[in-house]
Ligand binder design. Structure first.
Ligand SMILES: *Cc1c(COP(=O)(O)O)cnc(C)c1O
Length: 485
């Protein structure tokens, strides 16, 4: 009862004349401040009038309606949601970092620039690339940046006829979107039944109008593309460059490097692979790495080493342009660097194997009840095509919603588009065996209930504040404003 009362809108909790403070009357009323009349409101603003306990309970209860990686397991495929170590927050909260201002002189921010440069160098080592920029603000922004680097490279050679970018049908949706934003035409390449690139279809589409080929490995169904050396050779023979979408690089850490596989340009999502928070719109960071020979085309500004050992911020001669104000999302860099330093090379080397082990553990524990359309071991994530028993009418959407009643976030659903009832799970390397077992138990219970009590599963969730919104209507005509305001 209590909880329900406080989760009303704050405006509904308002009582005329109610105050959230009590102070002696010091006669500091607004009118006595001699503000010019032109700056004063004619009428008082419509603010909620509430007492302090009500405000606190309202916001605390509202925040408890949120699901986050700090409150529960988040098995979201294709979009790594791993634990965010609290030491990262402690580092970024230190006053020497939290109080920085971007327009300070470079002499007064040498430490911050060293954080920036060190992170660039670590990422170059991890990715097997010659150089990195941290400037992009998100993964999609990184893709855009990488494609602009590729465009600048081709143009620098007088090659202005490369108008196309090849993207596999299984790619993350941002790949074709970023290529279109960068002014390219998108050519789709088909996948085989195991989700990997169809090499014959790929070869048939590769010509001298192709500027770049965008790939993810492991791909977005969690399978390792074994033909990368062959693909890289064909791409380079055609004069194009090979782009690596490394948003989720965790399965690769400690195992392989995109640069060694023949990729020319890549991005990494610090807000996925390097444990900085994500969701709710950011802030994130999508650093971009390039192989030797492409450094000059990275965007401006760059952090550069001076002869006297200090660091400066400068524009490069051939930088393709700027991506935003200043150097990017600095707090995210501090958190990512804290993660890399606290893990060390040995810790980072365990990330890929553990992410892979956890995914295979969960897949194996569920594949008798859920339909596994791709045979064999996966990497960091896997896809089911709904439950095995197709006679129940229970869909992937029903299963995702049923999980909410057990305090688990839903997996990714209806992506990739390769299967009708796709349900995509990534446990990540940061979850304990006990958490994975608890998740497996619930997934098994839902699959069993789907057969014995299908209507019960179809009616879920029963415990969330909102249960079955009309999703089409909500997407087409969203109501983003409280009706009475
Ligand atoms: C998340 C993701 C992206 C996009 O990253 P944003 O930061 O959301 O823009 C790109 N590719 C893959 C494979 C991803 O998982």
């Amino acid at each position: 009862m209590n909880k329900r009362l406080y989760s009303n809108l704050i405006f509904e909790l308002s009582q005329r004349g109610r105050r959230g403070y009590s102070l002696p009357d010091y006669n500091y009323a607004c009118t006595s401040m001699n503000l010019p009349g032109s700056l004063l409101r004619a009428e008082a603003p419509e603010l909620p009038e509430v007492d302090e306990p009500t405000v606190v309970r309202h916001y605390t209860n509202s925040s408890n309606n949120n699901f986050g990686v700090d409150t529960g397991f988040y098995p979201l495929g294709s979009c790594t949601m791993k634990y965010n170590p609290k030491i990262n927050e402690a580092m970024v909260g230190r006053c020497g970092i939290a109080n920085l201002h971007p327009s300070q002189s470079t002499a007064s921010v040498q430490g911050a620039l060293r954080v920036y440069r060190t992170l660039e160098q670590y990422l170059a080592e991890i990715g097997g690339m010659a150089e990195f920029t941290l400037n992009p603000f998100a993964g999609a922004h990184g893709e855009y940046c990488g494609l602009m680097v590729i465009k600048a490279y081709h143009l620098s050679r007088g090659d202005d006829a490369r108008t196309k970018v090849i993207v596999p049908v299984s790619a993350h949706g941002t790949n074709p979107a970023s290529a279109a934003m960068a002014g390219f035409e998108i050519v789709e390449v088909e996948c085989l039944s195991d989700g990997t690139v169809d090499i014959d279809d790929f070869r048939s589409k590769l010509d001298d109008a192709v500027a770049a080929v965008m790939l993810t490995n492991p791909n977005t169904v969690g399978m390792f593309e074994k033909n990368i050396p062959q693909i890289a050779e064909a791409v380079h023979a055609a004069g194009a460059l090979l782009y690596y979408d490394g948003a989720n690089l965790n399965p690769m850490l400690g195992v392989a490097r995109p640069g060694d596989m023949g990729f020319d340009v890549m991005h990494i999502n610090l807000h996925k692979t390097f444990s900085t928070p994500h969701g709710g719109g950011g802030p994130g960071a999508g650093p971009v790495g390039v192989r030797k020979g492409l450094e000059a085309f990275l965007p401006n500004p760059r952090v550069v080493e001076c002869a006297d050992g200090t660091l400066d911020v400068a524009d490069g001669e051939y930088g393709f342009g700027r991506l935003g104000a200043w150097l990017g999302n600095f707090a995210v860099y501090v958190k990512a660097l804290a993660y890399i330093l606290t893990m060390g090379p040995d810790g980072l080397g365990k990330v890929g194997p553990l992410a892979t082990l956890n995914a295979n553990y969960v897949m194996h524990a569920l594949s008798d009840l859920y339909l596994q359309p791709i045979e064999g071991p996966c990497k960091h994530e896997f896809v089911f095509d709904g439950i095995r028993d197709k006679s129940t009418g229970v869909t992937t959407l029903n299963i995702a919603k049923a999980l909410l009643d057990y305090d688990f976030h839903a997996p990714t659903i209806y992506f990739p588009l390769l299967f009708h009832e796709s349900l995509m799970i990534e446990p990540t390397e940061t979850e304990s065996k006990e958490t994975l077992d608890a998740f497996v138990d619930v997934m098994r219970k839902i699959a069993v209930d789907a057969v014995s009590e299908p209507d019960k599963v179809k009616g879920a969730p029963y415990t969330t504040p909102v249960t079955h919104p009309d999703e089409d209507e909500a997407a087409l005509n969203p109501i983003v404003k409280f009706k009475d305001l």
